[in-house]
Write a protein that binds this ligand. Structure first.
Ligand code: PHE
Length: 345
């Protein structure tokens, strides 16, 4: 049987052993040493069993006190070790590198044509136009026939077309979407449809085989050339951020009648005459005209009731003018230094 000192010795030994525990595994081994099947408390229980009946109460109480002390110390040690484990984990965690916050990988920028396109879209949206999408591969009917350019008509030579081996074509102009959009919505109709166009051009500073246009059509009752002039003037003044002058010259396109070339006063010299406008004071920007009745009919529009105008704004040309880009090859060149300097401001 243990003396009072004996219980105290057990407790002191437990304290000593606990202090040596640095992790939960060793602590668990210690727990088993005391509370396990063959542990210290098992021995004490044996002693209690074999004790004289008159001593049992006293021994029992002492064992219980010891058990409570050890249990409580064990619990606090367990908490301490667990907290240390977390603390060590946090301390050893890779330190947050504030430098990473500094923008080492600069954000991308919008392509200047995208910027001009979005500006135009916003302006037309504000005037009640919807923005339409159209594929880059189309067919002979949509690209030519529905636009009053029958097979073998010499007007086809105006556009150096890429034909695909299956007979389809890469759209040479955004006008190729006119028929589809007329059929989709019927009249009255206001829509713009930007898109990439392709022509077999010899490339130089002013010519590209891949360029962007934005087509617009407005079909309603009593639409006239003055509506066309109004919308074009408003739109271009907003794009350039100041009032621009426009003028119309006759121009031939089989799908408009009458057809025009719309010029704006040169944005570089203001109209006085400079090398950019070949001293004329005007720059050609946007072919347009009143939609030919045949084209309306192909689109299922009642020509007794409705008329409309169409324009084919050269987005690439517009971006060159707005940002003063002298070489058209800049746009498709993929030179990030050149392309990342444009903003909408
Ligand atoms: N689609 C014509 C072109 O690319 C431009 C145009 C559009 C002309 C609409 C008149 C009306 O050459």
């Amino acid at each position: 049987m243990q003396t009072t000192d004996g219980y105290e010795t057990i407790y002191k030994e437990f304290i000593r052993e606990t202090n040596l525990c640095a992790d939960l595994d060793t602590l668990e081994a210690l727990r088993l040493k005391y509370f396990g099947k063959k542990g210290v408390f098992n021995d004490l229980a044996e002693e209690l069993k074999n004790a004289e009946p008159e001593n049992k109460r006293d021994i029992g109480q002492k064992i219980n006190t010891l058990k409570a002390q050890i249990t409580s110390l064990f619990a606090s040690k367990q908490t301490e070790i667990s907290e240390n484990v977390y603390k060590t984990r946090i301390d050893n965690c890779p330190v947050f590198d504030e430098e990473l916050l500094i923008n080492k990988n600069p954000l991308g920028s919008y392509h200047p044509i995208t910027l001009v396109q979005r500006t135009c879209e916003e302006i037309f949206r504000g005037m009640g136009f919807t923005i339409e999408d159209y594929s880059e591969i189309t067919d002979d009917f949509n690209c030519f026939e529905a636009l009053n350019i029958p097979p073998f008509h010499p007007a086809r030579d105006m556009q150096d077309t890429y034909y695909l081996s299956n007979g389809q074509v890469l759209k040479t102009h955004t006008s190729a979407a006119q028929n589809t959009i007329m059929k989709k919505y019927g009249a009255p109709l206001r829509a713009v449809f930007p898109g990439r166009c392709f022509r077999n051009e010899a490339i130089d500073a002013c010519h590209e085989n891949t360029f962007f246009q934005m087509e617009g059509i407005m079909i309603d009752k009593d639409i006239s050339v003055s509506n066309l002039i109004y919308f074009m003037k408003t739109m271009l003044s907003e794009v350039f951020g100041h009032e621009v002058k426009v003028r119309l010259r006759p121009g031939f396109f089989p799908f408009v009648e009458p057809g025009f070339e719309l010029d704006i006063n040169c944005q570089i010299c203001g109209g006085k005459g400079c090398p950019s406008c070949k001293n004329s004071g005007w720059l050609e920007l946007c072919p347009c005209g009143m939609i030919h009745p045949k084209v309306l009919e192909y689109g299922g529009i009642d020509i007794e009731e409705y008329s409309g105008f169409a324009f084919g704004l050269g987005l690439t040309r517009l971006a060159m003018m707005k940002y003063g880009v002298k070489d058209i090859r800049t746009f498709n060149g993929g030179n990030i230094k050149a392309l990342s300097q444009f903003t909408n401001k």
